[in-house]
Design a protein around this ligand. Structure first.
Ligand SMILES: [Mn+2]
Length: 317
């Protein structure tokens, strides 16, 4: 029996709540877990720990199904059996008395390892982007993985040696993991500061798509990734324009639309074997509708359906 301290049953679950010790999902079924952790002081005018709860609260779809057999998606035109999409939800990893990121991260690692050992696919809802390092590291038994990173910020640190892990340099840590074949980044639009040589190297790297080039992600991936690539998708919800998602710590204007993001995620999920994912950096919005959580619920539908839901119908490349 697996025992992971700190997993608690959420008020509302996405799919079927299961204790992780009893987890036995059908093969490749998604398994949701929440990480209500924020170490970022800039989560100022919102509740920093409320991301996972907000996403679950904004996810109405399986309640809406009420015993229906299938669901039709206007965007893709696809009709999908609902039972194939319903994930297990093992709850939220509470901070409890953990003192630091490393000990919380060790629990994230244990949750992801347990999910993959039981044949499931982990979907982490956050919370801190820094936790992606622990989630990807825990996939080592699956073999080599490509990370697709969607974010307003590069999340790399160009100075050496690296500072301790934060949500601002997490991709520098992810790139160093021995099971990571490569990282492709898209949606980036914030500024980079550093030495002439380091900034030139970073901005001319061909694994980077700025926000205005986000629509080229599909072709950029097909040039770099083998067709049988295993993909881990890390979505920092601040990749969306802050006009459609203000519930974040580091807003950056000039972002992409919900439709562009959902469609890109659906395309990736339909094209590659997505073995795990995270949707991170969402904060709660106590006094307003949580727009980022509403967007996240559609991203989750694209993932749960392996891209059968959310891609734009009749789209031209
Ligand atoms: Mn980030």
């Amino acid at each position: 029996m697996t025992r992971i301290d700190g997993l608690v049953r959420p008020v509302q679950s996405i799919g079927t709540y299961q204790e992780i010790a009893a987890l036995a999902p059908p093969s490749n079924r998604w398994v949701v877990f929440g990480c209500p952790l924020s170490l970022d002081a800039l989560h100022a005018d919102s509740t920093p720990y409320g991301g996972p709860e907000s996403i679950r609260g904004a996810f109405p779809y399986f309640e809406a199904a009420r015993g229906a057999e299938v669901m039709g998606d206007w965007e893709s035109g696809n009709i999908v059996p609902i039972r194939e999409m319903v994930p297990a939800d093992v709850g939220d990893l509470e901070l409890g008395d953990r003192a630091d990121l490393e000990s919380y991260g060790a629990s994230v690692n244990a949750v992801v390892q347990t999910i993959t050992e039981r044949g499931g696919r982990p979907l982490m809802l956050g919370g801190e982007h820094s936790l992606t390092r622990f989630s990807v590291d825990a996939l080592a038994s699956i073999g080599s993985v490509w990370v697709v990173h969607l974010d307003a910020h590069s999340d790399v640190e160009i100075a050496e040696p690296l500072s301790p892990l934060t949500n601002g340099n997490v991709m520098s840590y992810v790139e160093q993991l021995s099971n990571v074949a490569g990282v492709v980044h898209a949606g980036v639009r914030e500024y980079e500061f550093g030495s002439q040589e380091a900034v030139v190297d970073l901005l001319r790297g061909d694994a980077w798509l700025s926000s205005s080039r986000f629509g080229q992600l599909g072709s950029a991936l097909s040039k770099r990734l083998p067709p049988d690539a295993k993909v881990y998708l890390s979505i920092d919800i601040d990749v969306l324009d802050p006009g459609v998602n203000p519930n974040i710590a580091w807003p950056s204007a000039g972002g992409i639309s919900v439709r562009e993001l959902v469609s890109a995620v659906a395309d990736i999920a339909a094209t590659y074997e997505v073995i795990g994912a995270d949707i991170v950096e969402l904060t709660a919005a106590p006094h307003t509708m949580n727009l980022g959580a509403i967007a996240a619920s559609r991203l989750i539908m694209a993932l749960l359906s392996d891209g059968r839901v959310g891609a734009q119908h009749g789209k031209e490349d």
